[in-house]
Design a protein around this ligand. Sequence first.
Ligand code: DLZ
Length: 161
Amino acid sequence: MSNAGRAASRISRGTLDDGTVIPRRMRVAIVAASWHEEVMDGLIAGAQRVCVEAGLDPELVRVPGSFELSVAAAVLASRKYQAIVALGVVIRGGTPHFDYVCQAATNGLTEVSVHTGVPVGFGLLTCDDEKQALDRAGLPGSSEDKGAEAAEAAIVTALTL
Ligand code: DLZ
């Protein structure tokens, strides 16, 4: 797996790289869409692995599609979660759905984080084809692990604020 341009992992054995101990009571929710099962399995596994490394036990909430990520994140943010990880995969097709779903999810998740102050890790893959998505899913042979990156970003940001 190439590390080009990527931030080094900041979470190890329940602590941040600056020595901050991650409180075990910290509540993290992973909200995950259900389209493109194989890619989603990889993203979810990556996010869960980071949470376990952080000493946390995340809640997993499944929604039908990436469009539903925002409303789920909004409700979870109101339920005392300190960090939310949003995971989904949208593949460009022959319909304008790709643009609508990507834009709605991106805007919605941004709004949730900004308006609630709860960090939302952005693990929404927007890809031209499934091969590209598989390459980012943290599966054997993938070059990137966007589920892990999104989980780490949400947890680190929550602890930084
Ligand atoms: C409709 C749709 C399409 C065309 N493609 C995807 C996709 O690639 N990934 C995904 O997560 N969801 C997709 N959806 C479903 C929408 O996100 C949403 O679930 C439906 O429009 C119902 O609200």
